[in-house]
Design a protein around this ligand. Structure first.
Ligand code: ADP
Ligand code: MG
Length: 736
């Protein structure tokens, strides 16, 4: 059993830590410049050009551009080159690296080993192993799909995401980013749907471009840059906080006297120990070709952020998973635990993952066009306005499913608390664009509208800065930020694939419908320009309810949003029930992004996961109360009572008696709240319908947890420090 002594020793250990020295990796000439080592552990285009015969390389580029599949001959060439490169770099094993529906990544390692005719060992990597591999997948969640359709699954290389070498003390492994499917083609992973969503969105955008007479454009893709927030806690506290280790969050703990009221941590100087951690994981990520760009302190003490340069969605999704994995490993070397949970500490800002999202089309000249880049003047740019209108339509129509895509037990603590965007998904445009859409909606827009809205800096030699929407509204869940959107409601622990898939599919539908509306107007005799304007006006009017520039945290907004008919899916089971309804997820099926079975599998996996998360949390909470809090408080209460009795026996006043009564009463409350939680858990666990059970977990179990925690936290503030066994918030968050 842990005691206050253990806690104090942990504080001393954490406080005395030295900064870990780290020598950045260098190339063969000793250069440590980022560019000298960037991507050297990936088998990217650069390496492929070096290692593949020129004709094969050209063929591969063509396949990447057209989204075709890899044929056996080319697969053989790539497999051979990848194997040679991997072995040259010390690899002994390879693995298909994929994203099952757990939201984590999975891998199964095989040695590059076969035997020749004389039983001699040969390093071999069969091309068929590149194209597909059969993991023993029975332990990955399939939401019932494997049971229904097929017992086994297979993984196949996603050629748009480069292979990479994972170096670990146990050896080096060639990782092959893969999709994971059942033999009947059902997506058992997060990647497949994302790839399908990019494909269908590309098809619809190209169709719209054709209607607009924009010729010669190639591939369309979605680009994503996920900003990742996280907490660091010294490892010395880990063994004393099983709740943090088991659930990623503290299920109890009183707020520190100094919280984040002073906001002095935000963008403050990074401590040397933390800076060393950042530098080391960044270098590892550079070698893996993950373009890490910014680092800074976040709002809460102990909280930080990492942001990469944006990449194509499926690569960004892989890289975000990889970044979290590398950060976990490197944190260990620096004696930190890194927590990606959305709410590790109650009363302290939680962590999100802002998904910066845009679309790009290959221009006729080979470069990329950002579809949300305003032209010289926004109104002159019909492509820009059509795309921003389509986005608003996509969000208005599918806000509920978007909520479901980022729902989870951790994120429930953020959404709806006044710190993160609320569960109501609305769109923030910023004043310029908002004005344009309001005027379009009223039919009062002017030619060249907003042509010269720039901020006059009043300094002659500085160029004018075009005013865009960088007057940020931090409270909005979905904000236009100049030439991209920022979806801020995603949780820090979540895989980004699913929300981006939903976003892409919703966008594909909006673009498809607007294209059809433009074509209908043209068929009725309108010119392209007139048809576009008419559709823009009608979409602007239709989407007015989803636009909101005010304070998303306010009570008034909640009421107004209800009047506007926007969904407010507060808790995970609400969002998942919404997602499960056929009329709400039909667009995903129609777009060919998920089959009905795949949608329902995702619902089941998420509902199950939600129930399991809270079950682990309640078990952990009950154990902490029973084995740590109750004994500590009882000892302290005993001391107080002894002092009172001793004073009484000596015929003196006992100033401790009020405190003894207070602690005694709180201890009684603690037992009551503890039993109430245990009772409600027992009652809920007999619920056979999964969705009904999840709802009861959300609306009966979690309030009972909160009630128990409140009493425990009250007792933490009353109990003698010499008795309290659990590291306090002030210790975990401020000792560095
Ligand atoms: P800001 O300061 O406006 O947040 P940054 O340039 O710092 O802008 O970008 C924040 C994140 O948005 C980064 O991860 C960045 O790579 C990403 N981002 C920028 N442009 C795009 C884009 N066109 N598509 C997707 N993500 C983008
Ligand atoms: Mg940002």
């Amino acid at each position: 059993m842990s005691t206050a002594g253990d806690r104090r020793r942990a504080c001393a250990v954490a406080g005395a830590r030295e900064t870990r020295q780290f020598d950045p990796p260098s190339d063969s000439e000793g250069h440590t410049r980022i560019s000298a080592i960037y991507g050297r552990n990936t088998f990217g285009l650069h390496k492929m050009r070096e290692k593949l015969p020129a004709a094969d390389y050209t063929k591969l580029l063509g396949i990447l551009e057209d989204g075709a599949t890899l044929d056996a001959e080319l697969a053989a060439a790539v497999a051979h080159a990848a194997k040679e490169w991997a072995i040259e770099n010390g690899a002994t094993h390879f693995t298909h690296w994929f994203q099952p529906l757990t939201g984590l990544t999975a891998e199964k390692h095989d040695a590059f080993l076969t035997f020749g005719p004389d039983q001699q060992a040969i390093e071999r990597f069969d091309p068929s192993q590149l194209i597909q591999s059969e993991p023993d997948a029975s332990s990955f969640p399939s939401g019932g799909m494997r049971v229904t359709f097929e017992a086994r699954g297979y993984t196949a290389w996603d050629i748009s995401s480069p292979m990479f070498l994972m170096k670990a003390p146990t050896g080096t492994t060639l990782c092959i980013p893969s999709a994971y499917l059942s033999y009947t083609g059902h997506a058992l992973d997060e990647k497949t749907g994302l790839l399908r969503s990019v494909a269908v969105l590309g098809k619809e955008v190209r169709a719209l471009y054709a209607t607009l007479g924009r010729e010669g454009y190639g591939r369309v893709t979605s680009t994503v840059g996920p900003e990742q927030e996280y907490f660091l806690v010294d490892r010395a506290f880990g063994p004393l906080r099983p709740d943090l280790l088991m659930t990623g969050r503290t299920v109890l703990g009183a707020p520190p006297p100094k919280g984040q009221q002073l906001d002095d941590h935000y963008f403050g100087a990074i401590s040397p120990r933390v800076a060393a951690f950042m530098r080391e994981f960044e270098y590892e990520l550079y070698e893996l070709g993950v373009p890490v760009k910014t680092r800074h302190n976040e709002v809460a003490p102990g909280q930080f952020e990492m942001a990469p340069i944006f990449e194509e969605a499926q690569v960004a999704a892989d890289h975000n998973q990889l970044a979290m994995e590398v950060m976990r490993q490197v944190a260990r070397r620096h004696n930190f635990h890194v927590f990606f949970h959305e709410k590790p500490f109650a009363g302290i800002n939680g962590s999100g993952k802002h998904i910066n999202w845009s679309l790009a089309a290959r221009r006729p000249d080979g470069g990329w066009e950002n579809l949300f880049e305003p032209g010289e003047t926004p109104t002159k740019n019909s492509r820009f306005l059509l795309m921003t209108a389509a986005t608003q339509r996509a969000i208005l129509r599918h806000a509920g499913v978007l909520s479901a895509s980022i729902s989870g037990s951790g994120n429930d603590h953020r959404l709806g608390a006044n710190e993160a965007p609320p569960a109501i998904i609305s769109v923030f445009l910023g004043s310029t664009l908002r004005g344009i859409f309001d005027r379009l909606s009223a039919g009062t827009e002017q030619r060249g509208d907003a042509a010269s809205e720039s901020i006059d800096l009043g300094v002659a030699h500085l160029p004018d800065v075009k005013r865009d929407n960088t007057d940020r509204n931090r409270t909005s869940p979905f904000a236009f930020t100049g030439n991209k959107w920022e979806f801020r409601a995603a949780g820090s622990s979540q895989a980004i694939s699913f929300p981006v898939t939903v976003l892409n599919a919703a966008m594909a539908e909006a673009v498809r419908d607007m294209n059809a509306e433009i074509k209908a107007a043209m068929a009725a005799g309108a010119s392209v320009d007139d048809a576009v304007l008419a559709v823009l006006r009608s979409v602007a009017a239709e989407t007015a309810p989803v636009r909101f520039e005010g304070d998303n945290y306010s009570k008034e907004w909640e009421l107004e949003a209800e009047e506007r008919g926007l969904p407010n899916l507060r808790k995970t089971p609400d969002a998942l029930a919404h997602f499960a309804a056929e009329e709400n997820h039909r667009f995903l099926v129609e777009a060919g992004v998920f089959s009905e079975a795949e949608v329902m599998a995702r619902v089941h996996v998420r509902v199950e996961r939600y129930i399991m998360d809270i079950e682990i949390e309640t078990n952990t909470l009950l154990e902490l109360i029973d084995t740590r809090v109750v004994p500590a408080v009882s000892r302290y209460h005993g001391e107080l009572c002894s002092a009172v009795i001793a004073a009484k026996n000596a015929g003196m006043d006992a100033p401790q008696s009020a405190r003894a009564a207070e602690v005694g009463a709180a201890l009684t409350d603690l037992f009551r709240a503890r039993d109430a939680l245990a009772d409600v858990c027992a009652s809920v666990s007999s619920e056979t319908d999964e969705m009904a059970r999840a709802r009861r977990v959300a609306y009966e179990v979690t309030p009972a947890m909160d009630a128990l925690r409140a009493v425990s936290d009250q007792l933490e503030a009353l109990t003698a420090d010499s008795e309290w066994p659990l590291p306090r918030y002030s210790e975990m968050l401020f000792v560095r």
